[in-house]
Design a protein around this ligand. Structure first.
Ligand SMILES: NC(=O)c1ccc[n+]([C@@H]2O[C@H](COP(=O)([O-])OP(=O)(O)OC[C@H]3O[C@@H](n4cnc5c(N)ncnc54)[C@H](OP(=O)(O)O)[C@@H]3O)[C@@H](O)[C@H]2O)c1
Length: 257
């Protein structure tokens, strides 16, 4: 079979960078997307040194409402067909909803929700037409309950989990696989960017980006729809499902401060 291409957003760091490496190691050509061009170029240099695949970098701000259209046009011009879309780029904001700057919150919704949705809608029809490939969306354990003091972020991830599970059912019966990787606290630049390194949640321990990416990648390959990495994260999600909602809200409020 011909070589397939995977596009990975947020590949300049953390979980996305590790996911890009895993696709390359399996022989996928790569398109890596993020704002930091240099980090993408150095990732590509390593990937093309270690694996016989083609890789290209697209330095794009996914908070720009034009980003999805630009990415599709760039790839169409280059004759690149997207077989696998990894919607990994995202960021969080810790703080009271009423205090966090509105423009940052809207940018977060644009990156975590709107551009993810747009890229999914732009590339999924081609995957279904060719009956191969798929989508791996990076949600979060934050997506399973409301998150006081990270209210907007938790809501974006609830959207990602819900959208992905629904799409996975819609494409069932085709060879296209749609999965959601829902990590808990992971040692990346995320916590620093969200200003939450000192929260109880992150002081409670983290997984490595490499371990989380491996679990997500293997789950997607096996056609597993929802992957929550790590025993304590799995336990947390299970407990949320059976606990009274007021209790869940109170505990998460404590964890996020
Ligand atoms: N770390 C955790 O504890 C954790 C837990 C659950 C879920 N997640 C999710 O995992 C995903 C990856 O995060 P990470 O933990 O690997 O954090 P990270 O190291 O901060 O990586 C985030 C990636 O997203 C990219 N990104 C952020 N804003 C962007 C924008 N406006 N335009 C383009 N790219 C943008 C960043 O690239 P540039 O800065 O170069 O643009 C970077 O490559 C996110 O969706 C996050 O919500 C993380």
């Amino acid at each position: 079979m011909d070589t397939q291409t995977a596009i990975v957003t947020g590949a300049s760091s953390g979980i996305g960078r590790e996911l890009a490496r895993l696709f390359a190691a399996d022989g996928y050509n790569l398109v890596v997307v993020a704002r930091q061009r240099e980090a993408l170029e150095s990732l590509i240099a390593g990937i093309t040194r270690d694996h016989r695949v083609a890789a290209r970098a697209l330095a794009v701000d996914l908070a720009d409402p034009e980003a999805g259209r630009r990415i599709e046009e760039d790839l169409a011009r280059a004759g690149v067909l997207v077989d696998v879309l990894v919607n990994n780029a995202g960021f969080g904001l810790q703080g009271a909803f009423a205090d966090l700057p509105l423009e940052r919150q809207l940018a977060m919704i644009q990156v975590n929700v709107t551009t993810l949705t747009e890229l999914t809608r732009r590339f999924l029809p081609g995957m279904l037409a060719r009956n191969r490939g798929g989508i791996l969306n990076v949600g979060s354990t934050a997506g399973f309950q409301p998150g006081p003091f990270m209210a907007g972020y938790y809501a974006t991830k609830a959207y990602v989990v819900s959208l992905t599970e629904a799409l996975a059912e819609e494409v069932a019966g085709s060879a296209v696989r749609v999965s959601c990787l829902a990590p808990g606290p992971t040692a990346t630049r995320f916590a620093e960017a969200a200003r939450m390194t000192e929260t109880r949640l992150f002081r409670g321990g983290t997984m490595t980006a490499a371990a989380v990416a491996r679990i997500g990648y293997d789950a997607w390959k096996r056609g597993k729809i929802l992957a929550v990495p790590g025993v304590s994260n799995k336990l947390g999600v299970a407990l949320v499902r059976v606990s009274p909602r007021p209790l869940v809200r109170t505990i998460v409020k404590r964890l996020n401060r």
